[in-house]
Design a protein around this ligand. Structure first.
Ligand SMILES: [Zn+2]
Length: 335
């Protein structure tokens, strides 16, 4: 049976998965190898190859059985896998600028390599986890992490866009002034916009905007004595336990997401909306509360639109490699 490999390259670690022709994943959890990306593309590509060989040995698969490889990396990168000429915050080495990582990996491994950015790969995995290979379904995934990533799948295919910026959902502006409880807030994003989705719905948004804003309202809160970065990382855990301020912070994020999802419903009318990322790596109670708050944050929908399901993306830590593998599987199945 033919297999494809999915390779998720991050700044510090590479994660691998294997997917067979019957759409079964042969690796359940994380299968990691150090990325060494700071040492530049030559060293890092060798790491990718070495790690792949280790993974194949571990799971009893020969290199000959691998028909194609899916690769995902953080952006910005073109739709065909050329990293931005201005470089990427995740790959700190001058030689990465403008580097064609897809073509170079293909040459090194002598296998076809398909490329997605990490947000789009995660979105494709989320979509596949619900619809499998159904070619008719559409979905929008928002992945809440340090930033806000995600992607759009229309009729089974990833919307990559003209220059690879399709699905840059974090930088879509939302009418945040309509969110209750944040009067006077000025949510700045690293991209230069004020009031896009990432500026209100990400760990960066908590650190930079939401936590300082809410600590003014809760001056005696236990997090007020901590450094902002440290405090921000504790907000999710406290919110899960029911802390009032931290729930307020997550309610704002959910309402921001609700406004964004409303825009997507009216643009794509997708079959499902999917939420992924570290923010919801918590128990079912918290996930259901967050989804209910997201729905509460959506403007009134038409009767036909109200029933749109909102689901949590499973296996979040392996989403990138799984999505990349799905892209490769679809490619070999089309041929
Ligand atoms: Zn932005």
């Amino acid at each position: 049976m033919k297999l494809v490999a999915g390779i998720d390259l991050g700044g510090t670690a590479i994660n691998y998965t294997l997917l067979d022709e019957e759409s079964k994943f042969r690796i359940e959890g994380l299968c990691e190898h150090p990325a060494l990306s700071r040492q530049g593309p030559d060293v890092c590509l060798r790491q990718i190859e070495d790690g792949l060989k280790i993974a194949l040995d571990k799971y009893g698969v020969a290199m000959d059985e691998i028909a194609a490889i899916g690769l995902d990396t953080p952006g910005p990168a073109s739709a065909s896998g050329v990293l931005s000429a201005k470089g990427s915050t995740n790959f700190v080495h001058a030689d990465w600028a403008g580097f064609d990582i897809r073509a170079n990996l293909e040459q090194r491994l002598c296998k076809p390599v398909l490329y997605l950015n990490d947000g789009n790969a995660g979105a494709l995995w989320g979509h596949f986890s619900i619809f499998g290979n159904n070619p008719d379904a559409s979905s929008v995934s928002a992945i809440i992490g340090t930033g806000l990533g995600g992607g759009i799948i229309v009729n089974g295919g990833v919307v990559k866009g003209r220059r690879g910026f399709g699905g840059e959902l974090g930088h879509v502006l939302i009418p945040y002034q309509s969110i209750p409880g944040i009067e006077g807030i000025v949510p700045l994003c690293n991209c230069g916009r004020t009031g896009d989705l990432e500026s209100l719905c990400s760990l960066t948004a908590i650190t930079r905007t939401l936590l300082p804003y809410f600590l003014n309202k809760y001056p005696n809160h236990e997090l007020s004595s901590l450094d902002n970065q440290q405090a921000a990382k504790q907000v999710r855990g406290l919110a899960v336990k029911g802390d009032a301020m931290c729930r307020d912070i997550f309610r704002v994020q959910a309402h921001a997401l609700g406004l964004f999802f409303d825009e997507m419903v009216n643009t794509f009318d997708p079959d499902v909306l999917i939420i992924g990322g570290g923010a919801l790596e918590a128990g079912l109670e918290f996930q259901e509360w967050f989804i209910a708050e997201t729905k509460a944050g959506m403007p009134t929908q038409r009767e036909e639109q109200v029933s749109i399901p909102i689901q949590v993306m499973p296996n979040g830590d392996t989403a990138g490699s799984r999505g990349a593998a799905v892209e490769a599987l679809r490619w070999i199945q089309k041929r």
